[in-house]
Ligand binder design. Structure first.
Ligand code: SER
Length: 483
C-alpha cells in the first residue's frame, strides 16, 4: 500500500468516526522552546491545557514532524527518519481510553476492502503503563489480545510528555512483530528492532513540570479534562505494509536512492557504509526540502544550522559514493515528485527550494575538497604522533575557512578513529565572536561617515514625542540607504 494511501485511509477512518480533519501545521511554530514541530499534538497544546476552547472535540491530522536528535542513527537502523509524518486522532474531553484503543485496532486490522490496513492481528502486541489496569483490560477483554502479547512498562517507555512542561499522561503503544528472522522472542520489552512501534496512544490527563530525564519530572496535577492524543508513524506502517526492509526503501524515499545510484555510479546493497550514505541522502534530501518550503534558510545557528548540516551531509555522502558533479538539484526534484501529491507546496514553491538547496551545495563544494585535504593531513599528523585527538585549531579552521559544521568534523574524526578537542574549538569560536563584536563597535563609533546626516540636522531639531503620545504627525525628510 502506497504511503499516500496510508495517510488517506487514516484520515477517512477518523472522519467517519466524527473527527474534523485538520491540515498539518507548519514545521516552524512561534514557540522558542521548540526547534521544530516534533509530534502531531503540538498545535493542539493550548486545547489540552484548557487555555483555549477547541472548535471541535474530535480532530484528526497527518502532521509534518522533524526530529534531529538521532541524526547519527539515520541510515544505520531500520527506522530513524529526521522527517516523518505522524498521523493522529485527538479527543478534547470527549472519548477516552476505550474508544482510542478500539479505533486504532479497527483501522490496523480492518480489511483492505473496508478501508483498513489489513494487518494480521496475531502480529500485533500492546504495551500499557505499569498500573494502567483499565487499558490492560480493554486490550484483553474488549479487543481480545491475549495476555502474552500485552506488556506493562515503566515511565521511560509508557508515560508520554513533550520533554518540557506541559500536558502528559500514561500511554499504550502498539507494536508489529516482524518475525523471528529479525530478533529474539519476547515482545517489545526484549527487542525493539524485531518488534516495531507503530502507534502511540496517549491518555493525556496530567500536567508536568520542569525535569531532566524522560522518567524524572514532577506531575503537577490533572488537566481540566481527560484527552486523547495518538500518533501513528506513517513511514513505519508504510515500510511494514510494503514489505521492504526499512523506512528508507518505501515508495517515497526509494526513488531518491535510485537517483543517487544513477548519479554516483555506486550500487545500493553492495556495502554497509555505502548503503548508509544512500539512506542518509534519501532521508536528508526530503527533510531539507520540507524545511526550506516552510521557510528555513541555511545558517550558523538554530534551525538554519540544522538545515545546513543536513544539506552538507548530503553533499559529502554523494561525494563519498563517487559523485564528481553537483547532485542537489536532481535530489530535490525527486523529493518534489514523490512528496507533492500530499504536499503541493513543494511543487508550487519548487524554485525556492531548489535555489536554497543548490546554493548551499555550491558554497560547500567550493571548499569541501580543500577542507577534506586539510582534514586528512591533520589526521595523519595526529596518528603519526601516536595521539588520538584532533586539535581545536584544525576544527576551527575547518569551520571558519572551509565551512565544515563542527558536527561534520566530529563525525569525520570518529570515522577516522579520533576524537576532537571540542573545548579548544569552542574557545577559539568564543574569541572570534569577541573579535567580531569589537570590530563592529569600532566601525560604529570610529569609521562611520556621518556627513550625510548633517544637511538634515541643519534643518532644525527633530522632536521626539514618544514619551507623551502614541500617534503623531510628522514629515519624512529623507530615506537613507546603504549606510
Ligand atoms: N504525542 C505522542 C507521540 O509523539 C502520540 O502522538 O508519540
Amino acid at each position: 500500500m502506497q504511503t499516500h494511501e496510508i495517510r488517506r485511509r487514516f484520515l477517512d477512518h477518523f472522519v467517519k468516526a466524527g473527527h474534523t480533519e485538520v491540515p498539518s501545521a507548519s514545521l516552524i511554530l512561534a514557540d522558542p522552546n521548540l526547534l521544530f514541530v516534533n509530534a502531531g499534538m503540538v498545535p493542539f497544546v493550548p486545547y489540552f491545557l484548557g487555555q483555549q476552547t477547541p472548535p471541535y472535540t474530535r480532530a484528526t491530522s497527518v502532521q509534518k514532524c522533524v526530529r534531529t536528535l538521532d541524526i547519527e542513527e539515520v541510515g544505520k537502523t531500520t527506522r530513524h527518519n529526521t522527517f516523518f509524518q505522524m498521523a493522529g486522532n485527538f479527543s478534547f474531553g470527549d472519548y477516552f481510553k476505550e474508544e482510542a484503543i478500539t479505533f486504532a485496532w479497527s483501522l490496523l486490522t480492518g480489511s483492505v476492502e473496508d478501508g483498513g490496513y489489513g494487518i494480521d492481528p496475531e502480529k500485533l502486541w500492546a504495551t500499557v503503563y505499569l498500573d494502567d489496569d483499565e487499558a490492560y483490560s480493554i486490550w484483553r477483554d474488549k479487543v481480545g489480545v491475549p495476555d502474552e502479547r500485552i506488556q506493562r512498562r515503566g515511565m521511560k517507555d509508557n508515560y508520554w510528555s513533550m520533554g518540557i512542561p506541559g500536558p502528559c499522561g500514561p500511554c499504550s503503544e502498539i507494536f508489529y512483530d516482524r518475525g523471528p528472522a529479525y530478533g529474539v522472542e519476547g515482545g517489545p520489552e526484549a527487542d525493539e528492532d524485531r518488534y516495531i512501534e507503530i502507534w502511540n496512544l496517549v491518555f493525556m490527563q496530567n500536567e508536568r513540570g520542569e525535569g531532566g530525564a524522560k522518567d524524572d519530572y514532577p506531575i503537577l496535577g490533572p488537566l481540566p479534562k481527560k484527552n486523547i492524543d495518538t500518533g501513528m508513524g506513517v513511514e513505519r506502517v508504510a515500510f511494514l505494509l510494503q514489505g521492504v526492509e526499512n523506512v528508507y526503501e518505501t515508495d517515497l524515499l526509494r526513488p531518491v536512492i535510485e537517483k543517487a545510484t544513477e548519479l554516483t555510479g555506486a550500487v545500493y546493497g553492495a556495502t554497509h557504509d555505502d548503503d548508509v550514505r544512500f539512506r542518509v541522502i534519501a532521508d536528508h534530501a526530503r527533510t531539507a526540502a520540507m524545511l526550506i518550503v516552510d521557510g528555513v534558510n541555511p545558517g550558523n545557528d538554530g534551525r538554519g544550522y540544522v538545515l545546513r548540516r543536513l544539506l552538507r551531509r548530503i553533499v559529502r555522502s554523494a561525494r563519498l559514493l563517487g559523485a564528481d558533479k553537483p547532485t542537489m538539484r536532481e535530489f530535490m526534484a525527486v523529493v518534489r515528485d514523490t512528496m507533492a501529491p500530499s504536499y503541493p507546496e513543494l511543487a508550487t514553491d519548487f524554485s525556492r527550494v531548489e535555489t536554497v538547496a543548490v546554493g548551499e551545495e555550491t558554497a560547500f563544494l567550493k571548499t569541501l575538497g580543500t577542507g577534506s585535504k586539510l582534514f586528512e593531513g591533520a589526521v595523519e599528523t595526529v596518528k603519526s604522533q601516536g595521539r588520538n585527538v584532533l586539535g581545536g585549531t584544525e576544527a576551527f579552521t575547518l569551520h571558519d575557512t572551509y565551512g565544515f559544521p563542527i558536527d561534520l568534523t566530529l563525525e569525520m574524526a570518529s570515522e577516522a578513529g579520533l576524537t576532537v578537542d571540542e573545548e579548544g574549538f569552542r574557545s577559539l569560536m568564543a574569541e572570534q565572536r569577541q573579535r567580531a563584536k569589537d570590530d563592529a563597535r569600532a566601525r560604529k563609533h570610529a569609521h562611520a561617515d556621518l556627513t550625510v546626516y548633517k544637511e538634515l540636522l541643519d534643518r532644525g531639531p527633530t522632536e521626539f514625542t514618544g514619551f507623551s503620545e502614541l500617534v503623531s504627525e510628522a514629515h519624512v525628510l529623507a530615506v537613507i540607504t546603504g549606510r
